[in-house]
Write a protein that binds this ligand. Structure first.
Ligand SMILES: NC(=O)c1ccc[n+]([C@@H]2O[C@H](COP(=O)([O-])OP(=O)(O)OC[C@H]3O[C@@H](n4cnc5c(N)ncnc54)[C@H](OP(=O)(O)O)[C@@H]3O)[C@@H](O)[C@H]2O)c1
Length: 255
């Protein structure tokens, strides 16, 4: 398939690499950021442009990988009659592209993608199209890069999934960030926690998270909790979260 990618950030880079590896041809990468676009164009041996007026209009499919709020801005001035156009956002309706073409849709990767990671992890893909031609094309593209990890999902289901994704990935990572800052300030090595982080995540392959909750909150170890809160007096953000999560665990989970 001949593909144009709009945007040159994390998703553009990772999907582009996967498309290339699956044998598709990226005929152009177009982005307001000339330097990241030309770096990816060099990597993929294709052409780049940084003004939408230079958009190649001969491709089969257009993937818009820009921040959620920018998709509408781009769609406003884009007209690609007869072409298939999809964005990659979990939380944006496909209808944002309705003025661009009759064949619009969403191609959402449910994974945390970073352009620096060359070996990309398993990436489940959720697609939807405005019509059967678009749906079938996006489904086949998805199968070509993520075989066995492809699901058709409407906007509501995708947005609900996106909320869960933010909780399990973005919020968890923010906790790691706070824990790392805490370790640094207290002269501890955050890396000593990596086996624990890994084991906690791996358990979910065989268990519901509810079944494997451990720690002072679920045990109602009041004295330990008080000692922890005292130790967190110079870490207000972490202390705040510690209190909220302890209360939530005690309210919602029974030991
Ligand atoms: N990263 C993920 O893990 C992930 C996973 C699933 C879905 N998504 C979705 O994929 C989309 C892209 O995310 P991303 O992580 O690739 O973002 P990103 O790394 O921040 O890249 C965004 C790209 O869009 C460009 N851009 C920013 N604002 C723009 C504007 N107003 N007009 C035109 N171009 C603009 C940026 O150019 P500059 O370099 O000049 O800023 C950059 O090339 C979002 O809808 C996001 O929700 C992301």
């Amino acid at each position: 398939m001949e593909i144009v990618i709009i945007g040159s950030g994390n998703v553009a880079a990772v999907l582009g690499r996967k498309f290339k590896a699956a044998g598709h041809q990226i005929v152009q990468i177009i982005s307001r950021n000339a330097s990241t676009a030309s770096a990816l164009a060099y990597e993929w041996d294709t052409e780049s442009a940084n003004y939408m007026i230079l958009l190649n209009k001969q491709a089969d499919l257009y993937i818009i990988a820009v921040p959620d709020d920018a998709i509408g801005e781009i769609a406003k001035d884009l007209r690609l009659p007869g072409k298939i156009v999809a964005h990659t956002a979990g939380a944006v309706s496909k209808e944002v592209l309705k003025s661009v073409t009759d064949h619009y849709g969403v191609f959402y990767p449910l994974q945390s993608l970073r352009k620096e990671t060359m070996n990309t992890p398993v990436t489940p893909l959720f697609f939807e199209g405005s019509d059967e031609i678009t749906s079938k094309t996006l489904e086949s593209l998805a199968h070509s890069i993520s075989p066995g990890q492809v699901t058709r999902a409407g906007s509501e289901e995708r947005m609900k999934l996106h909320v869960a994704a933010v909780v399990v990935s973005n919020f968890t990572n923010y906790m790691y960030t706070l824990a790392e800052a805490y370790c640094k300030k207290e002269g501890l090595d955050f890396r000593q926690l990596l086996p624990l982080i890994e084991e906690t995540a791996l358990r979910l392959k065989d268990h519901s998270p509810k079944e494997v909750q451990t720690g002072p909150a679920i045990r109602h170890d009041k004295e330990t909790i008080q000692k922890h809160i005292a130790l967190l007096k110079d870490h207000p953000s972490l202390k705040n979260l510690y209190l909220i999560l302890t209360e939530s665990i005690q309210e919602n989970l029974k030991f």
